[in-house]
Design a protein around this ligand. Structure first.
Ligand SMILES: Nc1ncnc2c1ncn2[C@@H]1O[C@H](COP(=O)(O)OP(=O)(O)OP(=O)(O)O)[C@@H](O)[C@H]1O
Ligand SMILES: [Mg+2]
Length: 423
């Protein structure tokens, strides 16, 4: 890796999206106009992941190194630390309401710190790491739905916290793999949260929207409402499941099935499906190339996509978020590029559906403008944005309960500083 020191450019940041299919490294910089500019990017083939989780450290490491080295060379700076994505099946949301009493008067920063701290210390999940701790809204003397209570009068301050938790085991493997590449982890962001940050409009986030990032091995969900992430979910199903089904259904090798999916795959039946024949390469040397009607391929693809969306819709309903999550779905990830996926989502969810492409980064090449780059670009954007989260920095993977010293204290303090600097 290059040895030039990146510390001289405090405005630069590097991110890694470690997926089941690909690893993406982006290096970006905040320029004079306060916009984020891409300095370099690199891809690596990801071979060591299954369902978003590292199963072969050496193979995963090779993919990460390849991506980082390419991005470093292009940007002309060395990367020492990165922000990474998290997409494991153990991801889940937990909400908690906490109240604290304070001397009657105006709510101040220290009161927010106290109430957030008390929610953090009440959370006892030794098997889980906290990936995000987001104050959704506040209450003052029982009056709910307050976005920023500072300056309000009262004696009781409450907060609704949204914790995003993930099992510690897979995270330790991910962290260890990244560290083996001599990289420090700055922060971790849930894939669907990052994708939302890259593709959603402010109105969508405000009125309610569900982002579904469909990767190769895992599909992550993020529900946004009132400009905040209010729910996450993950299913270990993705584009690879579709390819598997095709290989099995058409009796053809995985590689051929992936190619068939790209060329002929669709979740929607077409008029010529019964007449059109799909060439299927043989499984072994003794077999011969055979042909199957395209209608069979479409039925296989449709069944998997529809089942995935039905499962997700059921889980959103179980979480009580069906109507709260708004009228719109935005699809990201490589899986969203499969023909007919948006139409099937529209039918299953009965909502407006669009494919989300990353926006808001200058110098984003054509190759990086698809929905499969939403996660990487979203993490990069958020590196330069103010965060309202109660904890910043890498997740604590020690398995200990949250401790006072881990609270950055910066979230709200910084927001005030940020406001002062920008208005
Ligand atoms: N044009 C396309 N048509 C059909 N499928 C596609 C297309 N482009 C990409 N895919 C599928 O998208 C998947 C890859 O998506 P993506 O790059 O988002 O995955 P990943 O981030 O590496 O994996 P994950 O997030 O699941 O860990 C693959 O299964 C691939 O077959
Ligand atoms: Mg992905």
């Amino acid at each position: 890796m290059l040895l030039k020191n990146s510390q001289k450019r405090p405005q630069t940041a590097a991110v890694l999206d470690i997926g089941t299919n690909k690893v993406v490294c982006l290096i970006g910089q905040k320029d004079e106009n306060m916009s984020v500019r891409l300095l370099g990017y690199g891809f690596g083939v990801s071979a060591g992941l299954k369902g978003g989780v590292v199963v072969d450290m050496e193979a995963a490491e090779a993919g990460i190194r390849a991506a980082v080295e390419k991005a470093e060379r292009q940007a002309g700076i060395a990367v020492h630390s990165v922000s990474v994505n998290v997409s494991t099946r153990s991801l889940r949301s937990q909400h908690m309401q906490v109240q604290t009493e304070f001397a009657t008067g105006e709510v101040a920063d220290r009161d927010l710190t106290r109430v957030m701290n008390s929610s953090l210390s009440e959370l006892a999940q030794p098997e889980d790491a906290i990936i995000h701790a987001i104050p959704v809204n506040y209450s003052v003397d029982g009056e709910h739905g307050i976005r920023d209570p500072r300056g309000m009068f009262g004696s009781r301050l409450g907060v609704d916290m949204h914790f995003v938790l993930a099992g510690i085991g897979p995270l330790r493997n991910l962290a260890h793999t990244v560290e083996r590449c001599h990289l420090r982890i700055n922060s971790a962001t849930v894939s669907s949260y990052a994708a939302g940050n890259a593709v959603l409009t402010e109105d969508e986030k405000d009125l309610g929207v569900t982002v579904i990032d469909m990767g190769a091995g895992i599909t992550t969900v993020g529900v946004f409402r009132d400009n905040t992430l209010v729910h996450v979910d993950a299913l270990p199903v993705g584009g690879q499941s579709v390819t598997n089904d095709i290989a099995r259904g058409l009796v053809t090798p995985m590689e051929a099935a992936e190619r068939i999916k790209f060329i002929y795959g669709s979740a929607l039946h077409g008029a010529d499906d019964d007449h059109m024949m799909v060439p299927c390469p043989p499984m072994g040397a003794q077999d011969e190339l055979h042909h199957q009607p395209k209608s069979l391929l479409t039925s296989i693809v449709r069944a998997r996509i529809q089942e995935t969306f039905e499962l997700l819709a059921g889980r959103i309903a179980d979480a009580g978020l069906e109507s709260y999550s708004g009228r719109r779905i935005v699809l990201t990830g490589g899986g969203a590029q499969l023909n007919g996926v948006a139409e099937v989502a529209e039918l299953v969810f009965n909502k407006r559906v669009r494919i989300g492409k990353p926006v808001g980064i200058m110098g984003l090449k054509e190759t990086l403008s698809g929905p499969d780059f939403a996660v990487a670009t979203g993490i990069l954007k958020s590196r330069f944005e103010h965060s309202e989260e109660a904890i910043t920095g890498p997740p604590d993977l020690s398995g200990r309960r949250y401790r006072q010293r881990r609270y950055s204290g910066g979230a709200m303090g910084r927001s005030l500083q940020w406001l002062k600097e920008n208005f």
